[in-house]
Design a protein around this ligand. Structure first.
Ligand code: ERO
Length: 309
């Protein structure tokens, strides 16, 4: 079976890539992703200036996934624009994730990305749950609409957004209605971590991460059904846009399910953090085996064809 696919008319060897924030904060990590068999890569969400992020421990792997409250540690936007300027786009696409702390910061970063005239794809992060005092734009529809109105106009080129998980059909409807207003909003990445979970260690009777009294974003097995729901909800509501699935992927079967739900590309976060970039070889092998068993030769044979009862 063939895993080759296209994203916004660009060919990719396969639909797999990292989730923003995982294995992508430093150039050496990004280089490892470019060297790996991932079909594409995305940089750590960046802010205007470098940030240390929250005090550690701020990430913890768990039997069923992970919890994190990193606090947006990153090298500042110029570092990632420089990386994007040196990337070999013939080899694989590169996405640049942007998560400015204000609309003005986002506009400054997006303008710099536009000035750089690079083939990189902009993934505007509207869903960081871990910067204290900063509500997620993705959960404030007025703010989200304003952000998008300004960024879409300023950037003018095709871009995408990274959304938080929604849990209510009215929220799916309202968010989709906003996204559909912007013609150059070309892709939607669902989902970011499920915000502000709380993991308790029974033996020590304590939280397991230091920031925010132990509250942090959940990833891994915990979030797969929510991720699939958000992928399918926006696939149904935004027919003109491309969906990138993210959340709960650790096997080829999970990749298959995201594609069936309507995703074109599939991002891997927690499992990549734990296994490293060789995971992309395993996921492709498992996906090929599953496709062969089902008699599919190409991804388009089943992508977006989730059946209902
Ligand atoms: C960009 C900050 C994010 C972070 C973070 O840096 O704390 N963690 C997440 O799970 N998702 C984010 O979007």
């Amino acid at each position: 079976p063939e895993l080759a696919t296209t994203f916004l008319e660009q060919p990719l060897d396969n639909p797999l890539m990292n989730a923003a924030g995982v294995w992508c904060t430093l150039a050496a990590q990004l280089d490892a992703l470019v060297e790996s068999s991932a079909g594409a890569a995305v940089t750590k969400s960046c802010t205007l200036s470098r940030r240390d992020g929250n005090p550690e421990p701020r990430y913890r792997a768990l039997p069923l996934g992970s919890i994190n409250s990193m606090g947006l540690p990153n090298e500042g936007h110029v570092y990632y624009l420089d990386y994007a300027a040196c990337h070999d786009y013939e080899r694989k696409p590169l996405f640049v994730s942007v998560s400015g702390l204000s609309l003005d910061d986002n506009l400054t970063i997006v303008a710099a990305l536009r000035e750089a005239v690079l083939p990189a794809f902009l993934e505007l992060n509207l869903s960081c749950p871990n910067v204290e005092g900063k509500p997620q734009p993705g959960y404030d529809f007025e703010a989200m609409d304003q952000f998008l109105a300004e960024v879409a106009t300023a950037y003018r080129r095709p871009f995408g957004v990274k959304l938080p998980p929604y849990f209510d059909f009215v929220h799916f409807d309202n968010a989709a209605e906003i996204l559909n207003r912007y013609d150059n909003l070309a892709f939607i990445t669902c989902i970011n971590s499920i915000g502000n979970g709380l993991v308790i260690d029974t033996e020590s009777e304590s939280t397991v991460i230091r920031p925010k009294d132990g509250f942090g974003g959940l990833g891994g097995d915990y979030v797969l059904p929510t991720a699939l729901a958000n992928v399918n909800a926006f696939h149904r509501r935004c027919p003109g846009k491309t969906i990138i699935g993210c959340g709960g992927v650790s096997t080829g079967e999970h990749v298959f399910q995201h594609l069936l739900a309507g995703a074109t590309l599939v991002q891997v976060g927690t499992a990549l953090h734990e296994e490293g970039p060789s995971i992309f070889d395993r996921l492709q092998k498992e996906l090929r085996e599953l496709m062969a068993k089902k008699g599919y030769t190409r991804i388009e044979d089943f992508r977006g064809r989730l059946k209902t009862l």
